[in-house]
Design a protein around this ligand. Sequence first.
Ligand SMILES: C[S@@+](CC[C@H](N)C(=O)[O-])C[C@H]1O[C@@H](n2cnc3c(N)ncnc32)[C@H](O)[C@@H]1O
Length: 278
Amino acid sequence: MTTKTAHRFAFGDNWEKFSNIVSNREIDEAVENLSRIVQGISLDDKSFLDIGCGSGLHSLAAIRLGAKKVSAFDIDPVSVQTTQKLLSSYAHDAPVTIEEKSIFDAIPANEQDKYDIVYSWGVLHHTGDMWGAIKKAAEFVAADGEIVIAIYKKSPLCGFWRVEKSIYSRLPSLLQFPITLLFSMLYLVGISLKGKNPIKYVKTYRSFRGMNFWHDMIDWLGGYPYESATSDEMKNFFCGLGFKVVSEYNVTPVKAMGLFGCGCAEYVFSRNEEENEN
Ligand SMILES: C[S@@+](CC[C@H](N)C(=O)[O-])C[C@H]1O[C@@H](n2cnc3c(N)ncnc32)[C@H](O)[C@@H]1O
């Protein structure tokens, strides 16, 4: 089984285009953001698994932060090629394994197949079975390891966005372009109404994980399948799997009903040693 839905967005094409604009500035931002999320947890000499690696930028950030073994996989062959290309350009002698694989086909064969840090940013809500995918991802966390995960926040307009993404992801790119342009313009009007400078916002967008405004708009509009979760749902689910909360970020409720998107909440969970010993 590779996916839980017949149809899904071709994320890889967007990542391939994004990778052409990646430079040391985007990489530095990705490194800074990864250190922020894993605050206090050193990656030095750790093993790191990047589930749904997309462009490969965050695997590269993990290498820069000293990870001793990095494995990355993605269901999309273009994402896999893009990750290979990015890592061979910026970290050609790093100990990396990159595979085309779905989370639903991934099983740790033994303890050596588990990782100190399992990282999956903005991925598992795009699989068609978010909770099943989260459970599979958690199986890869080593006994004293952590999972870093970002999942869309719930909003009143989640149902609307699910339909929009289902339609957008089926359209030819010629039609996707004007929709992305219109949404981007509306989004920037919203930014201006908040008293922020929209030009500066776009220019400095890379400070958000090294990302790019235009490619993130496409990712948001097309990202199908689509699910979301509340912070309580996430914490309850992970507690049920024998994990405890280390930290959570951006869990405040979605603004403007999610009209301009929901944003991802970020969580770090670690295996709850005490509970697992009992
Ligand atoms: C929104 S992108 C996030 C990429 C990257 N993690 C990042 O933070 O930039 C979601 C990625 O998940 C991948 N993906 C979707 N379903 C997947 C699955 N079942 N198994 C593995 N990867 C999957 C997509 O191909 C895409 O590259």
